[in-house]
Write a new protein. Structure first.
Length: 614
């Protein structure tokens, strides 16, 4: 099973991965970062899964999302006939539920269901009993209730069912989570639940602003729906991915937990939402950001839990062998304790862009920003762990310094353009000092390029951000040289590596061998487009689109050798990159032009406002 063999469904509080063969191999309840009750993705069926598939030989299958929804349909062809499996997680229910429905299309097909519930990432076998016509599984704080119209039985600590479905018939299965100390909620009507899910997603997709994405419109819509599915609706936070520990290197140790919200994604995410007209989601994301970072500037983290939690202790789950034996499996993320300068720039830039977009200001936002700026004044010259969250020691990364410059630049522009109260001269002085130091120490005349960190001869794809954030114009000779050096040294097999794979262990302290980090290739396409090389940019973008699976989903990385997706899945940052690059290539005023300042900023008053969610 490959990563791209999975589909994603979710209810904007949690999500599940469903295999081509009809097995739910990953589901955390009740939140994205809760313990998994199905963890076969990182082990096998003994760690929990829910299989629903033909019992006879499958001769062929195909799957798709219902148009403009997150409802997954898988059709199985067998010698007995054909059936359709419908999977969804209805949004806006009081308790998270996974709804599965088997529909007979042709003939009479023998079906098999196997439900293996193992709480806490496959480590806890629940107490199972029949109650009020349902199957109830309880362990500690968790309770799962299965309701179905087929006869089930217990076998080897598994709930199983054998049944047949004829043309025109349908069988339903609903699995609902509730706290074990409470009574289970009333049963869902599956027909109404699926219909309500379809109505919700189509209404949401229908609120998308009309923009000229041309032949890419459907692809962009799918990425927007995926991004919405990775949103934690109660707070507005957006998780980086629905999974933990899917490997960046198969069989290796580069396995991280991405079920949290990264500040680094803030401005990119804001643009992807605003560019599509999703004003309310952009406001919710801004408000989550402000709540999460509130407090002392010195205690700013790079990532938080979906409610803004800060304690994300990293733990290894020794009982799980990992995806394709890629161990260790980790939950939590120690990067939360790292010092990364660039996130200050992302936060200040994001909040500046909300002003440009006419998003109503938050009273406490500017006070919080000035607190961050005062801290950054005394810290910008220090080394840090950088954008790639290296575990090989702090260095004076060029990208980090540039983003510190962004923080100061956006503060100055907030005073100049929006009459915010502050000492523009003071921050302008710091901004100019950072700029001089980056140009002096971060640029190699012999290489004709900016480098990964001061004094280094290595390249880094994060240097592509220099023109995108407006540090230097795209036609500056130093930027042109950097662009060509990255294409020459980091563009391998048609895609951009974060840094040279053979030197990766020197940078991040981990064994070499990771795949291509997909957002970097989107950044290169953006830079090429800004440089007037649109045909090259389109070719690269189209090449990136071929990496999507058949459902239009992207993971974090791509393995050019194995020709398969790698890393956590689906990855919000990859889909954000796709959305923004599509807008850059087609819209008259794309995100890259707005952010670097060569085009007037997106102004929400100039476009149709999306209505409030129902």
């Amino acid at each position: 099973m490959k990563i791209e063999d999975y589909g994603f469904i979710g209810d904007m509080e949690t999500g599940a991965l469903v295999s081509r063969g009809g097995s739910v191999d990953w589901l955390c309840l009740p939140r994205f970062d809760s313990g998994a009750c199905f963890a076969a993705l990182l082990g096998d069926e003994r760690n929990g899964r829910w299989l629903l598939a033909p019992a006879c030989e499958v001769q062929g299958s195909r799957r798709r999302y219902r148009e403009n929804t997150l409802i997954l349909e898988t059709e199985f062809e067998t010698g007995e006939g054909a059936v359709r499996l419908v999977d969804c997680m209805p949004p806006r229910t009081t308790h998270p539920s996974l709804v599965r429905r088997v529909e007979g299309l042709r003939g009479k097909v023998s079906m098999r269901m196997e439900l293996v519930i193992r709480f806490d990432y496959g480590s806890i076998m629940p107490w199972v009993r029949r109650r009020d016509g349902a199957i109830e599984a309880i362990a500690g704080p968790d309770c799962l209730v299965l309701r179905t119209n087929v006869q089930t039985r217990g076998k080897d600590f598994t709930t199983v069912a054998d049944f047949t479905v004829s043309e025109g018939e349908s069988m339903f299965f609903v699995l609902t989570w509730n706290p074990s100390h409470e009574e289970p909620p009333p049963a869902l009507d599956t027909d109404k639940a699926v219909a309500a899910s379809e109505e919700f997603w189509k209404e949401w997709a229908g609120r998308r602003r009309e923009e000229p994405c041309g032949c890419w419109r459907e692809t962009v819509t799918r990425s927007l729906i995926t991004l919405k599915g990775l949103t934690y609706a109660p707070t507005g936070g957006i998780v980086a991915a629905a999974t933990t520990s899917l490997p960046e290197q198969f069989g290796g140790v580069r396995n991280w937990d991405y079920r949290y919200c990264w500040l680094r994604d803030a401005t990119f995410t804001l643009y992807s939402l605003l560019g599509a007209g999703y004003h309310d989601e952009a406001v919710a994301w801004r408000d989550w950001l402000l709540r999460a970072i509130a407090g002392k500037a010195s205690e700013l983290q790079i990532l938080y839990g979906v409610h803004g939690e800060r304690r994300l202790l990293e733990v290894k789950l020794e009982w799980l062998p990992g995806f394709e034996k890629s161990a260790p499996v980790r939950i939590g993320n120690a990067a939360a304790g790292q010092f990364q300068l660039d996130v200050y720039g992302e936060v200040l830039d994001c909040l500046y862009q909300t002003r440009c977009a006419d998003i109503p200001p938050e009273d406490a936002a500017w006070r919080l920003e000035t607190n961050l700026l005062e801290f950054l004044e005394s810290k910008w010259s220090e080394p840090d762990e950088g954008i790639w969250e290296v575990r090989g020691g702090r260095r004076p990364f060029t990208h980090s310094k540039v983003m510190a410059w962004v923080a100061m630049d956006r503060a100055v522009k907030s005073i100049e353009n929006f009459k915010m109260d502050g000492d523009a001269n003071r921050w302008r002085t710091v901004r100019d000092a950072i700029h001089r130091e980056v140009c002096d120490k971060g640029y190699s005349a012999s290489k004709g390029s900016f480098t990964q960190y001061f004094g280094s001869g290595a390249l880094d794809a994060s240097l592509l951000m220099l023109p995108l954030v407006g540090f230097l114009p795209i036609d500056d000779p130093r930027i042109r040289g950097t662009l060509e050096a990255i294409r020459r040294e980091l563009l391998i097999d048609g895609f951009v590596y974060r840094y040279h794979p053979e030197a990766s262990s020197d940078v991040d302290g981990l064994p070499p061998g990771e795949g291509v980090f997909l957002p970097c290739s989107f950044w290169l396409a953006d830079c090429l487009n800004m440089a007037g090389r649109r045909e090259e940019a389109v070719q690269l973008f189209e090449r990136l689109l071929t990496l999507q699976n058949d459902l239009g989903l992207l993971s974090e990385e791509y393995d050019p050798v194995g020709k398969r997706q790698a890393g956590n899945f689906p990855q919000a940052f990859s889909h954000v990159g796709l959305i923004n690059t599509a807008h850059n290539l087609t819209a008259e005023t794309g995100p890259a032009g707005h952010r670097c300042g060569i085009i007037p900023p997106i102004r929400e008053r100039d476009r149709r406002r999306s209505p409030l969610p129902g």
